[in-house]
Design a binder for this molecule. Structure first.
Ligand code: ATP
Ligand code: MG
Length: 407
C-alpha cells in the first residue's frame, strides 16, 4: 500500500508489489513517466503518488492535472503555457499558465493521446529546452516542472497513424508504467472492497461494518471492465442496499455482463420457473445498469445492449416505473428516481461539451474532473458531459459564471 496524500493505492498482488517498486524508484527522480492502463486502473492515483512522495522538495510544490481532451486548442495552449497581455482579444493582462504556476512541482497531462499536433510540438520544446513561450511572447521563461503523462490509448498505434509525434513519445516515455487491469490482479479485489467500505464509514458515518467472506468471493467472479472505478460503484451500491451490518453476497449486484456468473444455488433455481428467473435477472440487470450509470438511460441501455425504447418498455413491463413501484426496497427507489418519464421523452438533463461548461462557468481546470465527479455529472463520452439543472445550479453557486475568457 502506498500513501500519496489523497489516499492509498491498495493492493498486495505481485503485480502491485512490482508497481510499488517502480514507484519507489521513480519518486525522487525528475524522470518523465508515461502511465498507461485501462480506464479506472488508478493512473491518476499513481501520478499523485509519484508527486506527493517526492523527498526532494517537489512533493511540497504544486501538482496539477490537466485534462487534455475536449479543451479548444487555443484555450489549452494558454492554460498550459500562459499568454502575454494583448496577444488576443480578451487577454487583458499577462497570464501564467500551468507550467509556470507549477514551478518546482509536477504536471500530469491526462489523456495525452488527444493533444493536437501544435501543442505536441510546444510540449516537446518545454521538455527539450526547459522553457515555455507564452502565447504572443518571444521571451522564453525557464521552467522546472516534472511531466507525467497518462493515457488509456495505445500511443504506438497513434504514432503509426501519424497522430502522435514519435520524438515526443520517446521523451515522455522515459519510464513507462503500465497499470494492470483489475481482472489481472483479482486477488486484490476483496482488499480494495474492504478499503472502500472503511473509507465510506469514515467519510459518511455509515453503519456498514464489513463484508462477508461469501460476498468477497462473489466480487472475484466479475471481470471488472471499468476496473477499480467499477468496483467502487458495485461496493457503494452494496453499502446502500445493506444499510447497516455486514455486506452479504446478495447485496453484490454485478452489471449485465457478469450476471450469468451469479452464485445462486441450483436448488434455489429449481424452485422457480425459468420465467421467474429470467424476469428477476432482467429486473436486476436493469436496476444495476441504472444505478451504475446514475440513472442515465442512454448509457444504461448501451450497457445492456438494448435500445432506449426497449429499456423503457422493460421498465414499464416490470413495474419499475414511478407509480407502479412496490416500496421499501432500496433498489426499487433507484428506479423511482430514474424512470419517471416512462414514455421515452427526454429528461431535463442536457449534454454539454467540456468547452461549453468551462466557457460558461468559472471552474478552475485543475478542479474540473474532481468537482464534476463529486456532483455526479456523467461523462457521456470523451469531452461530453450530461448535466441536469440542479447540477448546473451547484456549479454556478460554487464557482460563478465566467465573465471573460481567461484571467
Ligand atoms: N489500487 C487502488 N486502490 C484504491 N483505490 C484505487 C486504486 N486504483 C484506483 N482506485 C480508485 O479508483 C478510481 C479510479 O482511479 P483513477 O481515476 O486514478 O483511474 P484512471 O486510470 O486515471 O482512470 P481514467 O482512465 O478513467 O482517467 C479512483 O477513485 C481511485 O481512487
Ligand atoms: Mg484518470
Amino acid at each position: 500500500m502506498i500513501e500519496h496524500g489523497q489516499g492509498p493505492i491498495v493492493g498486495q498482488t505481485p503485480e502491485m508489489l512490482q508497481l510499488y517498486g517502480f514507484i519507489n524508484r521513480l519518486v525522487d527522480m525528475p524522470t518523465n513517466v508515461l502511465i498507461t492502463g485501462e480506464t479506472g486502473t488508478g493512473k491518476g492515483l499513481v501520478a499523485a503518488a509519484l508527486h506527493y512522495n517526492n523527498r526532494n522538495g517537489r512533493g511540497a510544490k504544486p501538482f496539477f492535472t490537466v485534462n487534455c481532451p475536449g479543451i479548444a486548442e487555443g484555450v489549452l495552449e494558454s492554460q498550459l503555457f500562459g499568454h502575454a497581455k494583448g496577444s488576443f482579444t480578451g487577454a487583458i493582462k499577462d497570464y501564467k499558465g500551468y507550467f509556470q504556476a507549477a514551478e518546482g512541482g509536477t504536471i500530469l497531462l491526462d489523456e495525452i493521446g488527444e493533444m493536437s499536433p501544435h501543442l505536441q510540438a510546444k510540449l516537446l520544446q518545454v521538455i527539450q529546452q526547459r522553457v515555455v513561450f507564452p502565447v504572443g511572447s518571444n521571451t522564453p521563461v525557464p521552467v522546472n516542472v516534472r511531466i507525467l503523462a497518462a493515457t488509456n490509448r495505445n500511443l504506438e498505434d497513434e504514432m503509426s497513424k501519424g497522430t502522435f509525434r514519435q520524438d515526443l513519445f520517446y521523451r515522455l516515455n522515459a519510464f513507462p508504467l503500465e497499470l494492470p487491469p483489475l481482472r489481472a490482479r483479482i486477488d486484490d479485489v476483496p482488499l480494495i472492497a474492504r478499503y472502500i467500505i472503511e473509507r465510506y464509514a469514515q467519510d459518511h458515518g455509515i453503519e456498514v461494518t464489513g463484508i462477508s467472506p461469501a460476498a468477497q468471493e462473489k466480487l472475484k467472479l466479475y471481470d471488472w471492465g471499468g476496473n477499480v472505478r467499477d468496483l467502487e460503484n458495485v461496493v457503494e451500491r452494496a453499502i446502500i442496499l445493506r444499510g447497516a451490518g455486514e455486506i452479504q453476497a446478495e447485496d453484490i449486484n454485478y452489471d449485465w455482463t457478469s450476471l450469468s456468473q451469479t452464485t445462486e444455488t441450483t436448488e434455489r433455481r429449481q424452485e422457480r420457473t425459468i420465467y421467474d428467473i429470467l424476469k428477476e435477472t432482467e429486473r436486476s440487470c436493469i436496476l444495476t445498469a441504472l444505478a451504475n450509470t446514475k440513472g442515465n438511460k442512454n448509457m444504461a441501455a448501451k450497457r445492456l445492449g438494448i435500445s432506449k425504447k426497449s429499456l423503457y418498455d422493460r421498465i414499464n413491463r416490470l413495474g419499475l416505473g414511478k407509480k407502479k413501484i412496490v416500496k421499501n426496497s432500496p433498489s426499487d427507489n433507484l428506479a423511482d428516481n430514474v424512470s419517471s418519464e416512462g414514455n421515452g421523452s427526454g429528461t431535463l438533463a442536457k449534454v454539454w461539451t467540456f468547452t461549453e461548461i468551462t466557457s460558461t462557468y468559472d471552474i478552475p481546470l485543475g478542479s474540473f474532473t474532481g468537482f464534476m465527479q463529486r456532483i455526479g455529472v456523467r461523462k457521456v463520452e470523451k469531452g461530453r458531459y450530461e448535466m441536469d439543472p440542479e447540477q448546473e445550479k451547484t456549479i454556478l453557486e460554487t464557482y460563478g459564471r465566467r465573465t471573460h475568457l481567461l484571467r
